[in-house]
Ligand binder design. Structure first.
Ligand code: 13P
Length: 260
C-alpha cells in the first residue's frame, strides 16, 4: 500500500532535468551549444533547464525563446543590491529571464566556503523573488565510508529550509549529489541514490508534512548519462537529474528523453 502510494506520488511529480554547465562555454559557444541541443531536448513530460554561467544567461535566454527550455543560474547572492563587488542579485537574474538557480553546489561549498547558513539565506532570497532554488546537498566519500551520509544530508536540509514555509518548500527542487560521484564517472547505484532521496523526503515530511514531502521534487546528480538515466529516474523518490558533463553533449538529449 505504502509502495503503491509512493509510486502514485512519483507519477504526480513532473520530472525535472537540469544541466549544470559549471564554468564552461563562452557566450558564443553557449549559443552554438543551445542551437545544437535544442532539437534534442523536446519532451513534454519533463521540465528542462539549462543552468549556465552568469555571462551566458542573456544570450542563452534569447536562444531558447519559443522552446521548452528554461534558463537557470549557477549561483546568486542573497542581498538585493549594493557594495558586493562581483556578485549577482536575484533581481538581475530575474530581469535576465532566469527561472531557476542552483544553490549550495558542493563545488561552491568547497571552493568558495559556502556554509549551510549562507545556503539558507540564498534559498530564502531566491524564493522571495520567485526564482526556484535547485538546492544541492550530498556527502563526501569519507562521510559515506563513516556511515554518516544520511545524518549529514538531513542536517544540510534542515538548515537550508529554516524559515521556509511549507508552500514555498513545495516549489523547491532538491538535488542530491554525492560528491564522490561528481565528475568521476562513478555514478551511485540506483539503490544508493534512491535510499538517500527517500531519506530526504522523510526529512521534509518531518519538517513540514506529508503533502509537502509528496510534492517536493528531488533530483539525483553525479555522472548521470543517457545510459544510467532511465533506471535512476524510475526510482520512487528520484524526480529527475542535475547533470554536469553530459549536459554539454548530445547525450543530454538522451537523458531528457529517458522515458522514450
Ligand atoms: P557530473 O554530471 O559531471 O558528474 O556533475 C554533476 C554535477 O555536479 C551537477 O551539478
Amino acid at each position: 500500500m505504502r509502495r503503491a502510494l509512493q509510486m502514485e506520488d512519483n507519477m504526480a511529480r513532473k520530472k525535472i532535468i537540469a544541466g549544470n554547465w559549471k564554468m564552461n562555454m563562452t557566450p558564443t559557444e553557449a549559443v552554438a551549444l543551445v542551437n545544437e541541443l535544442k532539437p534534442l531536448v523536446g519532451n513534454d513530460d519533463v521540465d528542462v533547464v539549462f543552468c549556465v554561467p552568469a555571462i551566458d544567461i542573456i544570450p542563452v535566454a534569447e536562444a531558447v525563446k519559443g522552446t521548452n527550455i528554461k534558463v537557470g543560474a549557477e549561483n546568486m547572492y542573497y542581498e538585493e543590491k549594493g557594495a558586493y563587488t562581483g556578485e549577482i542579485s536575484p533581481n538581475m537574474l530575474k530581469d535576465a529571464g532566469v527561472a531557476y538557480v542552483i544553490i549550495g553546489h558542493s563545488e561552491r561549498r568547497e571552493y568558495f566556503k559556502e556554509t549551510d547558513e549562507i545556503v539558507n539565506k540564498k534559498v530564502l532570497k531566491a524564493l522571495e523573488h520567485g526564482i526556484t532554488p535547485i538546492l544541492c546537498c550530498g556527502e563526501s566519500l569519507t562521510q559515506r565510508e563513516q556511515g554518516i551520509t544520511i545524518d549529514w544530508v538531513r542536517q544540510q536540509i534542515k538548515i537550508a529550509f529554516q524559515n521556509v514555509t511549507a508552500d514555498q518548500a513545495k516549489t523547491v527542487v532538491i538535488a542530491y549529489e554525492p560528491i564522490w560521484a561528481i565528475g568521476t564517472g562513478k555514478v551511485a547505484t540506483t539503490e544508493q541514490a534512491q535510499e538517500v532521496c527517500a531519506a530526504i523526503r522523510v526529512c521534509i515530511g518531518e519538517i513540514y508534512d506529508e503533502a509537502t514531502a509528496a510534492a517536493i521534487r528531488i533530483q539525483y546528480g553525479g555522472s548521470v548519462s543517457g545510459a544510467s538515466a532511465p533506471e535512476l529516474f524510475a526510482q520512487a523518490d528520484i524526480d529527475g537529474g542535475l547533470v554536469g558533463g553530459a549536459s554539454l553533449k548530445p547525450d543530454f538529449g538522451k537523458i531528457v528523453n529517458y522515458n522514450k
